[in-house]
Design a binder for this molecule. Structure first.
Ligand code: ADP
Ligand code: MG
Length: 253
């Protein structure tokens, strides 16, 4: 299962992906998290310490091409995080969660990080996973990755949305683009929920009920302020990560 996340800046994409990674791990799944945000901070959110020596995925394209040599076919064929030694060079692992960093460098002029995104797109399309493996892709805010088709290879897109009119507007725009690139499963996930009214507002305005609701949690805020991994927080989350995973399980084999 390959899952990406989208949504406006600051709505909680990284937080929710980290909590989901923790829950998947708890349930015995193999988790690979790909931080595709140009200003990556998934490592800190997961509590993975030193990422200085991790090779960014951006460097992978050349390496794979060299390895493939003159052989026919895509060098990305049969990529598998379990068995492929090459992928291990690009990972850091802690407590059973593996992390890769895209390493996109954006120029001051806002230039496109095209080689990086090309590698990511190929990886997501070609990576073959066993039933136990889950890939989570944390994305930058906005819709560029959908516009470029970077995440077209995922099975599922989670659109994180907070209960505000502008949040809903962006979420609906993202949903439309995700449908256009034919991502098979696209779900809304409500975040910063404080009341039944918030839940009702989102369901009504989005035209469907979000697959999960994450409460506004002071423990999550505190963890972030203390630079503690959010993955260890369970207090005040009302089982949201577990319920989200249950819903995802019911839609995937
Ligand atoms: N459910 C929540 N309860 C409280 N604070 C949250 C929650 N989700 C996210 N936050 C806080 O909101 C801020 C932005 O979250 P983050 O996950 O980095 O957003 P994004 O990845 O969408 O930019 C962080 O300070 C984070 O701790
Ligand atoms: Mg983020």
């Amino acid at each position: 299962m390959k899952i990406a996340v989208s949504g406006k800046g600051g709505v909680g994409k990284t937080t929710i992906m980290a909590l989901l990674a923790g829950e998947l791990r708890k349930q015995g799944r193999e988790v690979l998290v790909i931080d595709a945000d140009p200003s990556p901070h998934m490592a800190q959110t997961l509590g993975i310490g030193d990422t200085d020596n991790v090779r960014p995925i951006a460097e992978m394209g050349k390496l794979l091409a060299e390895r493939a040599g003159k052989s026919q076919g895509s060098p990305f064929y049969n990529l598998n995080p379990e068995v492929n030694d090459l992928l291990r060079d690009f990972m850091i692992e802690q407590d059973g969660i593996r992390l890769m960093i895209l390493g996109a460098v954006q120029t001051a002029e806002g230039g496109c990080a095209c080689p990086e995104n090309h590698v990511l797109r190929k990886m997501l399309k070609k990576m073959l996973l066993t039933a136990k493996e889950v890939v989570l892709v944390d994305m930058e805010a906005g819709i560029e990755h959908l516009g470029r088709g970077t995440v077209a290879g995922v099975d599922c897109l989670l659109i994180v949305v907070i209960p505000s009119k502008s949040g809903v507007r962006t979420a609906l725009k993202i949903k439309k683009m995700a449908d256009d690139v034919r991502i098979p499963q696209v779900y809304f996930v409500g975040n910063l929920i404080q009341s039944a009214d918030d839940r009702a507002f989102l369901s009504k305005e989005l035209g469907e009920e979000p697959i999960a609701f994450f409460p506004n949690s002071s423990a999550v805020r505190q963890a972030e302020r203390d630079e503690q991994p959010v993955i260890t927080v369970s207090e005040g989350l009302e089982d949201a990560p577990r319920l989200l995973l249950t819903k995802l399980h019911s839609t995937f084999v």
